[in-house]
Design a protein around this ligand. Structure first.
Ligand code: ADP
Ligand code: MG
Length: 267
């Protein structure tokens, strides 16, 4: 008898890491916030970062996206070092221009939606493509409408943020991040600021993105989302990875007491 692995398992097994984090350290003054973080996010997979407040989750996401610099270790995205370039054996810091290019490949969605209040939903989405990437206005608009449709907001293109619910604003923020065609999406507690009844629509959009093959790293306390959507779960505490692995395994059968305690606290 031959046992064949399901096609998607094979695909996952060969997926190379889109994000490689190796022994990353980061301190603020004397406070060491990331102590020695290593993790891989394979291409086309969803990684959920769990952990108590202050464990360094946001800092880690911010280091991936150039919002913080690391003190040691390295971060690679799509085969490129973040923040540095290498010529031969020498490593140089990137120029602001190189950093800007790298950042364009990474979309980030924050807990607070950070939309421009004086711009419509559509203008928020087209601002970076037209302003930064030089996409012609008509093309940016067509794609912007398409993206708003994708997040369920086709009818809200001309609305201003103040006219939208928190959940709708967050979906505009997701569309805005997608407008630059990122190869990686980072989400930092995207539903934590939302009224409970608005959380589902945002998670649905994220679930759809995952289904379409987007590589995502998501900080969230939504355990149901983690179990249903994540390929791997990484539990952090005190600036270290305490436990990581298959989402269902970590959530349903955590090996470490600290993980168990945390999961009990958020359930
Ligand atoms: P989490 O997202 O897991 O709650 P953070 O990464 O936001 O954790 O923060 C980890 C620790 O680093 C916290 O103790 C926080 O106060 C500290 N920290 C984060 N950003 C800064 C900063 N810019 N300056 C000083 N301390 C910071
Ligand atoms: Mg945080």
């Amino acid at each position: 008898m031959t046992i064949t692995a399901p096609a998607d398992a094979v695909e996952r097994a060969v997926a190379r890491p889109l994000v490689e984090i190796r022994r990353v350290r980061k301190s603020f003054g004397a406070h060491q916030v990331l102590r020695d973080i290593s993790l891989d996010a394979p291409e086309g997979t969803v990684t959920v970062l769990l952990g108590p407040s202050g464990s360094g989750k946001s800092t880690l996401l911010r280091c991936i996206n150039h919002l913080e610099t690391i003190d040691g270790g390295r971060i690679m995205v799509d085969g490129e070092l973040i923040g540095y370039r290498q010529t031969g054996h020498t490593t140089h810091e990137m120029t602001p221009r190189q950093i800007a290019r790298q950042r364009r490949g990474i979309g980030m969605v924050f807990q607070r939606f950070n939309l421009f209040p004086h711009m419509t939903a559509l203008e928020n989405v087209t601002e970076a493509p037209t302003g930064v990437a030089g996409v012609p206005a008509a093309a940016a608009k067509a794609r912007g409408l398409d993206l708003l449709d994708r997040v369920g907001l086709a009818d809200f293109a001309r609305h201003y943020p103040a006219q939208l619910s928190g959940g709708q604003q967050q979906r505009v923020a997701i569309a805005r991040a997608l407008a630059m065609s990122p190869k990686l999406m980072l989400f930092d507690e995207p539903t934590s600021a939302l009224d409970p009844e608005l959380v589902g629509d945002v998670l649905d959009v994220m679930r759809e993105l995952a289904r379409d093959g987007m590589t995502m790293i998501v900080v969230t306390h939504e355990i149901g989302f983690a179990r249903g959507v994540a390929d791997q779960v990484v539990f952090m505490d005190g600036g270290v990875v305490v436990e990581s692995g298959d989402a269902a395994a970590v959530i349903d059968a955590p090996r470490r007491q600290r993980t168990r305690n945390f999961l009990e606290s958020v359930r």
